[in-house]
Each structure stands twice: as structure tokens, then as C-alpha cells.
Design a protein around this ligand. Sequence first.
Ligand code: MV4
Length: 449
Amino acid sequence: MFRKILIANRGEIALRVICACKELGIATVAVHSEADRNALHVRFADEAVCIGPPRSSESYLNIPHVISAAEITNVDAVHPGYGFLSENANFAEVCEASHLAFIGPSAEMLRLMGEKARARREMSAAGLPIVPGTEGIVPDEDAARSAAGEIGYPLIIKASAGGGGRGMRVVRSAEELVVAFQTARNEAQQAFGSPDVYMEKFIEHPRHIEFQVLGDRHGNVIHLGERECSIQRRHQKLIEESPSTALDAKSREELGARVAKALAKIGYSNAGTVEFLRDEDGSFYFIEMNARIQVEHPVTEMVTNVDLIKSQIRLAAGENLTDAVGAVEFSGHSIECRINAEDPETFVPSAGRITAFQMPGGTGVRVDTAAHTDAVIPPFYDSLIAKLIVRGRDRSEAVARMRRALEMFVIEGIKTSIPLHRKILADPDFEAGNLDTHFVERFLPVLAK
Ligand code: MV4
């Protein structure tokens, strides 16, 4: 097992990784920017190293600075959290070359999943259903026209180096195709440094359902059920839950087994998430894979009793799945609300000092956060400041518990998304589990849609 781990992240996830290390008896090193000197992840780690100015490009994303911090403090592994360097194949490679274990999938897997068109082809070959579309990237206008003839309209053009909803363009008729194709290529080049795009049939009112997986370094992969992430706005998830109301135990086991088998086939290890769209007929289609731990991992922890971060660490250290995780049993229902420091109506970020922070507790309530009274939320990073997670024996208990927990969560001094969550939780369609990816729009003023 590792002796000492560097956490290449900040905020609640850095603290979450510190919790796991403490329970495993592993020493921790925090890295931080000049803006995060007084942050909780710095206070709770055994050691801390300042790695640069506030801007993440000069600190949390600066590979030489992170590696130097790891070398000075003599750690044997690096946990990247989510965001920042977590899916950077070059970073994973530099870690391994510096004799630091990267707590995540291999650099080769990060590279594969980062090329969305290739990931789609490989996962299809490994046995997952994919959205009808092109076999790879679409090189030119002629290829685009011929692919559109096969797929039909509406279709969607996606940047191969994009993902998570960035670099997508819906095309509803043949007249729009050529302009959309060229615009998509230009935007992809600007945003991601590669003009490569691929095409898929556009699914109109999908639900976003993702499977959590864990793989060891000996060829074994298991799934830990699914999360429903349909409550989102502009590709930012707001509420996640597990299980999804769209799957029964039998379809969960069928699709989950297929997912685990496909990933074992390609040799995937550590934690990962396989994203599907579910169309209105109930068909599931693979869209992309996230090769990291995700923000919403706690809802899976709450219904499986598996500590996903400790599992990641054990698996990276070479343990097999049986030792690291054991048998997985599902029970109860969990919901997570992401609390962001932003205006609940306009979504404009709200940085500043938190003058009061009183969080809910009690049976079945968990708060993952690095915020506290008198904490200063810097304007430089993601606006997520807390995750409110509940577990109930069934969905209706979880919904009731989330409602009361939201009532009892007090944050003053900055604006937060708590009022929006209270509105969504009060909605009859939310209560009934009737969700799709257009759900949130109904709660927003016209301008914020
Ligand atoms: C789609 C789609 C419809 N058809 N692909 C957005 C996030 C990225 N992971 C994939 N996304 C979508 N891909 C096809 N072929 C609709 C979306 C989409 C979406 C997906 C999940 C959650 C929210 C969404 C909101 C708008 C569009």
C-alpha cells in the first residue's frame, strides 16, 4: 500500500480524498494556489505545498509544479480528483515516469476516452449499444453529406476532443448541414486544438443515465449500478440520484453486466463512468466514458456502501477487486444536490466571504464540502461549494429527507443554488421521478434558459 499521497486538487474533493487516506493510514500532501492558503484541504493534510498564483493554469494545471511538489515531499502516489489534471494522459505518463503511481486509469485509457469518436468505435466493438452515427471522424463535406443521408435528421455533430456537452451542434435539415459542419470544425479547432468531428442521430428528449465501474489491474471489472443525471442546465448537473427510476433490477443487471464485460475486454482499470442516453422508447445508447472519479460519486456510495475513493487507492496499489471492494449489494435510494456559489436565477457566479454556514445533519444526511463560516470563495475556480447528499430506504423517504435538509441548510454572505433546489424538490414531476434533460428549464426565468 502507498505510504504518502499527494492530492492534485482543491475544495471538497481534495478533502474527500484526505478522509479516505486518513482511514487507510496513508499520509497526505495538499497542493494549493496562493488563493487557497487558508483552505480546509491545506489545514487537514499532513503537509502542504504552494504551487503557484491563483489562476489554475499557473497552479492546479501546472504539471511541472505539481510533480515538483510530489518530488520534494517524497510521495509515492498522486490522486488527481476530478477536473484539472484528472483525465490528462500526459500528466499520468509524467507521474509514472517519475515513479509516482497515478490513481486512475492508465495513460492509454485516458487517451482513448479523450478521443470521443475512437471511444465510441471501441466501446461498440466491445459490445455496447451506440447511437446510430459515423464510424469515426467525418473528414470533409462529401463525407458529411453521405453520413447525413444514412443517419437522417435531426442529427448532432460533436467534437471528438470535446465531451461533457462542449462542442456540439444540432442539425435539423440538409440545408443547414454544410455550414454547421464547417462551423463545428472551426469551433472544435479553436476550443480543443483539433478540428475532428463525428456525427450521431440526435435523440430529442433523452435521460442521462451513467454506470459506475471499478476495475483492478488484473483484468477484472465490476459495475456499481447507475446514476440518473437528467436534472441539469447547460450541461452542468444540478441533482443526481441512484438508482434511476428508469431501470428495474433486471435491466440494471443486464446493462451493468454488459458494461463491465466491455471494459474488461479493453483492459480498463480503476474508477470510471460510462454515460448513456435513454430515449423515449427506453433504449440505451453509449455516448462517452469519463475516466475519473466524478462529482456525483457519493450517491453510488450511499446505495452500495462502497467507499469509491478508498477503492481507487487500493486498486491503484495493485489489490484485486475482491480484496479492495468485495461483493456489491444495492439498498435504498440516494439523491445529491450540488450547491453552487451562484445566483439561483441568473447563474452568475457569486464569490466572496461566507458570513454564516450552518449545514443540516441527522440520519441519512451527508454534506461533502470544504466551505465554512468565514471561508472566502475565490472567483478563480468552479462554483461548487457543497454537495448535499441524502439516503432513504426508498425514493420517497430520500425526497422527504432532501426537502427537510434543504430547509435546514443556511448559507449567508454569498448567493447559492439552494433556493432553486427547494423549488425543484417541491415539483410533482420530480416527486414522481418523471425526469428528462429539459426538466430544469421550466424553473428558470426566460433569460437564464
Ligand atoms: C446527445 C444528445 C442527443 N443526441 N447525443 C450532452 C452532454 C454530452 N455528454 C452528450 N450530450 C448530449 N448528447 C445525441 N446523439 C443530447 C445531449 C444533451 C444532453 C445529454 C445529457 C444530459 C443533458 C443534455 C442536455 C442537452 C443535450
